[in-house]
Design a protein around this ligand. Structure first.
Ligand code: NAD
Length: 270
């Protein structure tokens, strides 16, 4: 599928990996609706989510590449928001051909100490969000005669790790959802794939995992630097641009569906 001129929705697009994906899609010539929560304070989390100013900045960056760009405030855990997101994106861009389910959160802690509220919120954003966004966008993808959904899972969706049970369970769910939906939507010419990023220097690491002691590091110094140096074949961390390139590939790859592609420098090979 030719990406140029297509219309894409990217959730969690204000910063980090979502920003990288939006910029790569725009460089490939796609118009982009950039979706984010618009409220940094999530009571289940120990770190701030993106502010509206970050979303506005990223929208301006995407626009400067010569494509249409529209900001949309929506919580991917609310179906009404997801339906409005799809409608506003279609109105602003002219349709929806590509949905990238990138919005995600992390909360860590051993199961014995982890609260039910934290578990529920991680599952709601990471696992239910892609379901609701896909469901809301399906009529538009069908109207376009087909298209692509790319879900951002994680290498944590391939191997479970201590201290991150909820996050890992949510990402395994994303991989399974990807496979099931790919089979369901194949006859409608809608391809569904996932990207499993490895280790990236975004808020999840700088604000959460880099401060953790235990399974994720010693809490002293740069856990990400140590883990990406010792835990990958390529001895380095990944970047939002790496993930954006994989998304552009999967969005366009006309005969690829149901895969969960690791972009992890060899940190996960299955
Ligand atoms: P991030 O915190 O910088 O970005 C996440 C974005 O999602 C933020 O802009 C946030 O405001 C938004 N968001 C959160 N909850 C939302 C909601 N309910 N509705 C709408 N938007 C919401 O983190 P990131 O590292 O860029 O994460 C992006 C994706 O990549 C996530 O799905 C994450 O699980 C995945 N991932 C990250 C890594 C990594 O090393 N950073 C590795 C593997 C997978």
């Amino acid at each position: 599928m030719e990406i140029k001129g297509k219309n894409a929705i990217v959730t969690g697009a204000a910063r980090g990996i979502g920003r990288g994906i939006a910029l790569k899609l725009a460089q490939a010539g796609a118009n982009v609706a950039l979706v984010d929560l618009g409220d940094p304070a999530d009571p289940a989390l120990t770190y701030n989510l993106a502010a509206q100013a970050e979303l506005a900045r990223t929208v301006a960056e995407v626009k400067s590449l010569g494509v249409k760009a529209a900001p949309i405030l929506a919580d991917v855990t609310r179906f009404d928001d997801c339906k409005r997101m799809a409608r506003e994106a279609a109105d602003a861009l002219g349709g929806v051909d590509i949905l990238v389910n990138n919005a995600g959160i992390i909360a860590i802690g051993m199961v014995a100490d982890f609260s039910e509220a934290q578990w529920d919120r991680v599952m709601a954003v990471n696992a239910k969000g892609p379901f609701l966004c896909a469901k809301a966008c399906l009529p538009y993808l069908a109207r376009a005669g087909g298209g692509a959904i790319v879900n951002i899972a994680s290498i944590a969706g391939k191997t479970g790790r201590a201290g991150a049970a909820a996050y890992c369970a949510s990402k395994f769910a994303v991989v399974a959802f990807t496979q099931a939906l790919a089979e369901e939507l194949g006859p409608s010419n809608i391809r569904v794939n996932a990207v499993c990023p490895g280790y990236l220097r975004t808020a999840m690491w700088t604000e959460v995992l880099n401060k953790a002691a235990g399974a994720w590091g010693d809490g002293a110094g740069d856990n990400l630097e140590k883990i990406s140096r010792h835990g990958t074949f390529l001895r380095r961390e990944q970047t939002p641009e790496d993930i954006g390139e994989a998304v552009v590939y999967l969005a366009g790859a006309g005969n690829v569906t149901g895969v969960a592609l690791n972009v992890a420098g060899g940190a996960e090979v299955h």
